[in-house]
Design a protein around this ligand. Structure first.
Ligand SMILES: [Zn+2]
Ligand SMILES: [Zn+2]
Length: 462
């Protein structure tokens, strides 16, 4: 019997199929001729199978596109930490082809498909399907890690970060965009790819940016991590950080460092950066933090330190209880940061730079909750592993609001152009985050630096 889920999946798959077979919507105006670039050869990093050899640079041939597909010539794309396991083959190979490796079946199937990794970048539109309205050939676009259709349940309720297409990136949803010499179909991870000379995506993933900014800096500000950090602090869904507030940022990778910049741009007066790696704490101070804390030094006192820094006449909110102040303690934790952005997450390998106190990312997540002031807001953005235990009374009646979502809760079509304008006006410092820039051929080496956290992040140019 067909369940609701399988029938919904079938309908959505039919929608995607309609997109590539060209029956979903009437074409709008411009006569684009995708056939012009059909059969075009291009290079990309293709992953398949298991182990460190699973990803290799290969030449492939573009398949014809139709419907809502968009072909983008990659200028720059970011090497996201969340993709390291898939690129470098960190997942163990299955010990038994039927069961027993603990890997969800969908992941196993994805591992066995020829897949171009990466999930976003910037580039120039080379071809569009007949139904595409959002962009035209020649447009400079951000291929966003988070899609936005504009018409689903979530998009209509102001949660385009949770758009219907976000969950439609499994092995049954992807469509072959190219083929290898032997005819093997090649798919784009998350309908995007990024680690290739061409990204073959759908119009729901592209955002025109109309910018002449340097490709590396544009690739940085349009990356999933920068968008999430700026979204977590300045997007309308969260719409939080305001002038004079205290913000704590837990974890200063490229996402946390973007959140620090968002907090600075929003006018926060105290920005407390928490990060075990000294080089990243230095960047945090450079891009806007007012205080930095090493969680390995603070140990169990970390939450108290943040509370102390968030309280008192010299630290923003005053301590005059009859004049708008607040006290420092009590059962519910009287003080803390007005806004906390959690961006730590779990380690995929032991860093060669300084390690944090918990490789699963659970401890910094709990501390992020506890250091949020009553009445304050916590935005979580990371990928920790395991189960979270919280002080129950603080959770039930402690007045903390938790925001969970993709891309820091931002709305890609509205917010990404705004983030690009922050880059163009000099308010967002992309250079300090893109500490490694490599040509496509050196992508693997750069990804190892990302894995071992010896660079803040890396950008690949194509
Ligand atoms: Zn990412
Ligand atoms: Zn949507």
């Amino acid at each position: 019997m067909e369940t609701d889920n399988t029938s919904r999946r079938r309908l959505l798959k039919r929608g995607l199929t309609a997109a590539v077979t060209g029956i979903a919507l009437a074409p709008q105006g411009r006569a684009q001729t995708p056939a012009v670039i059909t059969q075009r050869k291009f290079r990309g990093w293709v992953s398949r199978g298991y182990g460190s050899a699973r990803t290799s640079l290969q030449e492939m041939t573009l398949r014809p596109i139709t419907g809502r597909q968009v072909v983008v010539r990659t200028e720059a794309s970011s090497l996201c930490y969340s993709n390291t396991g898939a690129v470098l083959g960190l997942q163990p190979a299955p010990t038994n082809t039927n069961s027993g490796d603990g890997l969800p079946p969908a992941f196993r199937r994805l591992n066995e498909m020829a897949l171009i990794q990466g999930h976003g970048g910037v580039g120039i539109v080379e071809a569009v399907g007949a139904e595409v309205r959002r962009v035209q050939v020649g447009d400079r676009v951000c291929v966003s890690g988070t899609p936005q259709c504009g018409s689903c349940y979530q998009c209509l309720r102001g949660r385009s970060d949770m758009c219907q297409f976000l969950g439609r990136q499994g092995p049954d949803d992807l469509v072959p965009a190219a083929e290898l010499r032997d005819g093997t179909p090649v798919y784009m991870n998350s309908h995007i790819g990024g680690m290739a000379e061409l990204m073959v995506t759908f119009e729901e993933w592209v955002v025109p940016v109309f910018s002449k900014a340097n490709a590396v800096e544009l690739g940085m500000v349009c990356s999933c991590v920068s968008v999430a950090g700026l979204g977590a602090t300045t997007s309308q869904v969260v719409n939080l950080v305001d002038a004079g507030s205290t913000v704590a940022v837990v974890g200063c990778g490229p996402l946390g460092l973007s959140a620090i910049q968002g907090a600075r741009i929003a006018g926060a007066t105290r920005i407390i950066a928490i990060e075990p790696i000294k080089a990243r704490r230095d960047v945090a101070m450079k891009v806007g933090a007012t205080h930095v804390l090493d969680p390995n030094v603070e140990g169990d006192k970390l939450v108290d330190r943040v509370r102390a820094l968030s309280y008192g006449p010299a630290t923003g909110p005053n301590d005059r209880l009859w004049a708008g102040g607040r006290d420092s303690g009590g059962l519910l934790g009287g003080s803390g940061a007005d806004f906390v952005i959690e961006a730590a997450g779990g380690d995929q390998a032991k860093p060669k730079a300084e390690s944090g106190p918990d490789p699963t990312g659970i401890l910094p997540l709990r501390q992020a909750y506890e250091m949020t002031a009553p009445g304050g807001h916590l935005v979580t953005t990371s990928l920790p592993r395991g189960m979270l235990t919280l002080p129950a009374v603080m959770f039930t009646i402690g007045g903390r609001t938790h925001h969970a979502g993709q891309a820091g809760g931002c709305s890609p079509l509205k917010d990404i152009p705004r983030f690009v304008s922050l880059l163009e006006s000099g308010k967002y410092d992309a250079k300090s985050l893109a500490t490694r820039v490599v040509p496509m051929a050196d992508m693997r080496d750069a990804y190892e630096e990302v894995l071992y956290r010896t660079t803040v992040t890396a950008i690949m140019t194509a």
